[in-house]
Design a protein around this ligand. Sequence first.
Ligand code: FAD
Ligand code: A2P
Length: 377
Amino acid sequence: MARYALHQVPIKVSVNNDTPVPMSVFKRKNVSFHENSWPSHSSLDFKIASSWTRARPVFCMSVQQASKPKVAISPLSLEDAKEPPLHLYKNKEPYIGTIVSVERVVGPQAPGETCHIVIDHGGNVPYWEGQSYGIIPPGENPKKPGNPQNVRLYSIASTRYGDFFDGKTASLCVRRAVYYDPETGKEDPSKKGVCSNFLCDSKPGDKVQITGPSGKIMLLPEDNPNATHIMIGTGTGVAPFRGYLRRMFMEAVPTFKFSGLAWLFLGVANTDSLLYDDEFSKYLEDYPGNFRYDRALSREERNRNGGKMYVQDKIEEYSDEIFKLLDGGAHIYFCGLKGMMPGIQDTLKRVAESRGERWEEKLLQLKKNKQWHVEVY
Ligand code: FAD
Ligand code: A2P
């Protein structure tokens, strides 16, 4: 297996000083990847960019200028619907999509493997940021012989325009589920997770059964472009936040010009486990007044009690600011490990009490105001 993965980092090229077109550069990451034969993003995007520039005079194309303009997206009709698409494809009649690419996105020292998987849905399974796809792995359900496997849900990690900005793909961020024998502590390959391993092992051109899209809890409220969005993710729980942040900071969405604050707390094991870190770091550079990004590296950093640094410990560090933002109407989102919620609730309860507030009442109020969004698994 090759040691390097091509990690896409879109840059924006300004043409005529105002209209950006997408172009990608590929950054080498010291990780392994699955070879693929799909036309590379770089050659595809280069074709788009060069045909565009042939048609129009280019006055300026410098990296300096390229930092702020956003990426053009299409079709803009994806903005027209008033309600999110829901359950367009059901378990009995899934849509058959095609794998475009499977890329390992963690470094060699990450415990476990996480892959970024782009699926071509041909524009037939539209979705909004924060929704999930269902995937039905191939084969027979061992518990119900003669029946297909059960559907598994995956949060979509791209915006509705997909990673090619054309509304035809959806990306998933999938961690291989592995089973460790409690007695030996060793991995038991005979019990590995069915769907996550199917997805991470798939190759470009493979077919994949898609249901959905589903979910309304994690939709990004867009009524107020000045709103504050506090996002708390562990591991692959970062997926919906990648979609939100691309919509806020990367894409030129005519009907959503974000001018509020997005604050991402991401909990992962170590530096090699960071997900989409280049992308998020770029927003910090480009939009320092609108984006904050705090990472909790559980196996590299210590909390103030000497224990593992979890996202809830980071939240505690900033609790005063977070409480003020919530009082001002901020939305707060949690996505990822189910196990983080008790720790988060304990932390928030402790902070509330130290401020002379009752957490149960505050939580009820946040839920009533639709500020509290949780999707854990
Ligand atoms: P399964 O085959 O379902 O196995 C489940 C677990 O049991 C695995 O850990 C496996 O190791 C273990 N196991 C298997 N056989 C045995 C056995 N005989 N004895 C003991 N243990 C065993 N996941 C992501 O990676 N990314 C996402 O973005 C994501 N989003 C989600 C969103 C939602 C709303 C939900 C509900 C879940 C999401 N998930 C996500 C989780 C995902 O749906 C799957 O649950 C996950 O990928 C595991 O599925 P699997 O088929 O690989 O494992
Ligand atoms: P750790 O694995 O060091 O205990 P994963 O990679 O398994 O999806 O996990 C993502 C991150 O969430 C890891 O840093 C993991 O830490 C951390 N984590 C595990 N349990 C909890 C928990 N109860 N609360 C918060 N974070 C957690």
